[in-house]
Design a protein around this ligand. Structure first.
Ligand SMILES: [Zn+2]
Length: 106
């Protein structure tokens, strides 16, 4: 009698383990899809500017190429300067004349 109960329990345990391992096999697909969706929505939400819109090649504050991404822009002597971040723009605005050379205006 007890053996019977124990066997059923073992079978249940095995069944549970199989279900669990099936879930584990499916798991990698779901997060991958979520990550792709997140990346797509992040791209859409991020305020960015096209490289063609700015006149500089590099963020004058940190030296990052504008092709890596422009989050903010500033106008300087009829030129549009792209920055990777608002922090870099604010830093540039403190001393634009001293930093403009690093922007590599084209
Ligand atoms: Zn920067």
């Amino acid at each position: 009698m007890f053996t019977g109960i124990k066997r059923s329990f073992t079978q249940l345990l095995i069944a549970t383990t199989i279900v669990a391992s099936c879930n584990n096999q499916k798991a990698p697909e779901a997060p991958a899809a979520d990550t792709a969706t997140q990346a797509a929505s992040m791209e859409a939400d991020t305020t960015s500017f096209p490289v063609s819109m700015v006149n500089n090649k590099k963020d004058p504050t940190c030296g990052m190429p504008v092709t890596a991404g422009i989050s903010d822009t500033a106008h300087y002597k009829d030129k549009v300067i792209g920055f990777c971040s608002t922090e870099c723009k604010d830093e540039f605005k403190k001393a634009p004349d001293a930093n403009i050379a690093a922007a590599e205006i084209q």
